[in-house]
Design a binder for this molecule. Structure first.
Ligand code: MG
Ligand code: ZN
Length: 378
């Protein structure tokens, strides 16, 4: 078979009715945490936090869990509902992060490298743009540059992820309330065209600063902001990068101040993928630990808020990671089969109102469908 999408997709049509049956069957049920602590949720979410571990599939989640000290200590144990998505691109069983993120942001399978574009090279409207138009506040927090494939697919439309300087303009066209991450260069006069995008953003009312200091940002909700943590790509977690969990905590308090209608926040643990490409287990361990902390911040907010759906998933596996037998019977030896992505299915963890619709096996595009079902676009 030359086209995976023809035999791998096509059950979205039956998936939606199935979801509706599931919702009615689950309506009114109380969700329970693994530790049996009961949390009362609204019937449907007002806010969605989507956390994407780039290059994070079951092997990375498993490794992270054992490195954290087992299931009881793993943040993933706190999610009452788990499903799997099939990550393939439109015409390739192995996806890249651009097509993978476009599946989440636009709900379509596209070609590798495409940023918010259909397989026919037409712009697709992103779910972030839809929710923004509804008056919800929106935010993006990443540990890569703003123009990297995953965040790009939520705000920009380009045929190729390589057009990073063009992608930066997406932040002018999409009215994000906040961005935290690297890539300051792409908004500075140092760009090849010397267009000062920081200035353009300031003219639109944004507070734009370099660094990781939230104290200087309009956290009272008085203005949108861009906190450009690094000029290019942020350093690794093991080299001291630590802003991700703090940013999630701060932004979860900030976004409700920007709109009474709710919010959408996308958080990416961007470098889990890079550790996989490098077959570097120490890097991977540090990135998984950092992402774990970020997820805990999102869960803590969702637990106290009661109207927030938290979804944690990856865009694809990376590195062909296997947890092989080690000399010690109480540990494992990470082994890598690839320096690139693989087609392994990716787990999806959900917590909060309507989290139950994320169980089962489905296409990566169904994440978009389910988010839309949980928080309809009017
Ligand atoms: Mg990414
Ligand atoms: Zn990758």
């Amino acid at each position: 078979m030359s086209n995976p999408s023809t035999f791998l997709t096509n059950y979205r049509a039956v998936l939606l009715p199935a979801i509706l049956v599931l919702i009615s069957a689950c309506a009114g049920n109380k969700q329970q945490l693994v530790d049996k602590q009961e949390v009362k949720f609204a019937k449907s979410p007002k806010n969605i936090i989507l956390l994407i571990g780039d290059g994070m599939a079951l092997p990375q989640v498993s490794a992270g869990m054992y490195w954290e000290g087992g299931l009881e200590k793993s943040v993933f144990a706190q999610f009452p509902y788990v499903g799997y998505h099939k990550s393939h691109a439109h015409d390739d069983l192995v996806t890249d992060s651009a097509a993978g993120a476009t599946a989440f942001s636009c709900g379509i399978k596209t070609f590798n490298g495409a940023i918010g574009m259909t397989s026919k090279k037409k712009e697709c409207r992103t779910i972030l743009e839809d929710w923004d138009a509804m008056g919800k506040s929106t935010g993006i927090i990443v540990t890569c540059s703003a123009t990297h494939a995953t965040p790009a697919a939520f705000v920009a439309h380009e045929d190729s992820r390589a057009f990073t300087e063009n992608i930066a303009f997406g932040y002018l066209h999409t009215a994000l309330d906040c961005f935290v991450g690297g890539g300051g260069y792409f908004f500075s006069k140092e760009r090849y065209d010397h267009i000062d995008l920081k200035d353009s953003l300031r003219q639109r009312g944004y507070v734009v600063r370099d660094g990781t200091n939230f104290k200087k940002m309009p956290m009272d909700g008085s203005a949108p902001f861009m906190l450009l943590t690094h000029d290019r790509e942020p350093e690794t977690a093991s080299a001291g990068r630590a802003y991700l969990p703090r940013a999630v905590r701060e932004v979860c308090q900030y976004l409700p101040k920007r709109s009474e209608k709710g919010f959408f926040l996308m958080v990416e643990g961007s470098q889990i993928d890079w550790a996989g490409h490098s077959n570097d287990r120490h890097w991977l361990r540090a990135e998984m630990a950092d992402f774990d902390k970020a997820i805990r911040e999102a869960l803590a907010f969702a637990e106290s808020n009661g109207e927030t759906l938290v979804i944690v998933t990856g865009d694809h596996e990376c590195g062909g990671l296997a947890l092989t037998q080690a000399e010690s019977k109480r540990s494992f030896k990470p082994a890598f089969a690839s320096h690139y992505h693989t087609a392994t299915m990716v787990p999806v963890f959900a917590f909060g109102p309507m989290a139950e619709i994320f169980t089962g096996i489905y296409e990566n595009t169904a994440i978009y469908d389910k988010m839309k079902l949980a928080m309809p676009i009017k």
